[in-house]
Design a protein around this ligand. Structure first.
Ligand code: SAH
Length: 225
């Protein structure tokens, strides 16, 4: 990091500590997730003029009409995915790359798919800059998943769709979780956790749990809006 950037953020450890506290206030208890929130410099994943605001617990604009998710929500989604350190994880909606960095801190392998090329390329650069060289940032319609690296222990979708896309369920391992906001465009959305219960590939049996009311940008694609 350049000196000027360091000066702009005089107390990064304290700032990251604040993000941890905010995640705890939202009910996050998983110690590994809280540690990850304390390790990833969120300020580097937002436009430079928003670096200071990056330690507030809010979503922020990252260009192309998209947002970096609220850090407590990133933490809640990671916790709901029940990750283990050797897991293979898929994220849909790379955006800034921040969520992928948190996931890579918790799991062995992370693929993240983004439909907007410029965001994907910026996310790739930031992830490299922060030492997350081995996160696969792919460009495409994430509602189709990313079959090349499947099957996944967990899939996290960071945009809200009308329902759980079947290709994502098919790319999950049995007992794996798909954590995803589901609902209408821009309102009445719920964070859902779908658990694949059978190995039948055509129509896998799924257990659905409603976790909480949320608000996300729309998931746009063949199995989205
Ligand atoms: N995880 C991101 C959050 C980004 S917001 C972060 O930490 O910054 C959600 C992202 O999902 C947006 O960048 C949007 O472009 C992307 N998106 C929406 N529909 C998509 C689709 N079908 N496939 C891949 N990305 C999609």
């Amino acid at each position: 990091m350049k000196q000027a950037e360091k000066d702009a953020i005089p107390n990064r450890a304290g700032d990251l500590q604040r993000l941890i506290l905010q995640a705890q206030q939202h009910g996050v208890r998983d110690q590994a997730v809280l540690t990850a929130i304390g390790q990833v410099p969120r300020n580097l994943f937002v436009p430079k003029d928003l670096a200071k605001a990056s330690f507030e617990d809010t979503p922020l604009p990252i260009g192309e009409g998209q947002t970096i998710s609220q850090p407590a929500m990133v933490a809640l989604m990671a916790e709901a995915s029940c990750l283990s350190s050797d897991d293979n994880v898929l994220e849909i909606g790379a955006g800034s790359g921040y969520g992928a960095a948190i996931l890579r801190t918790l799991a062995a392998r992370v693929t993240t798919v983004e439909r907007i090329e410029t965001l994907a390329s910026q996310a790739r650069t930031t992830l490299k800059q922060c030492g997350f060289d081995d996160v696969d940032v792919a460009v495409g319609d994430g509602t189709l998943g990313w079959p090349e690296n499947a099957p996944y222990d967990a899939i996290i979708v960071t945009a809200a769709g009308p329902s759980a896309p079947l290709p994502l369920i098919r790319q999950l391992k049995t007992d794996g979780h798909l954590v995803m906001p589901v609902g209408r465009k821009h309102y009445q959305q719920y964070l859902m956790r779908f658990t694949r219960q059978s190995s039948n590939d055509k129509t896998p049996r799924v257990h659905a749990e409603k976790l909480m009311a949320v608000r996300f940008v729309p998931l746009i694609g063949e199995h989205g809006f």
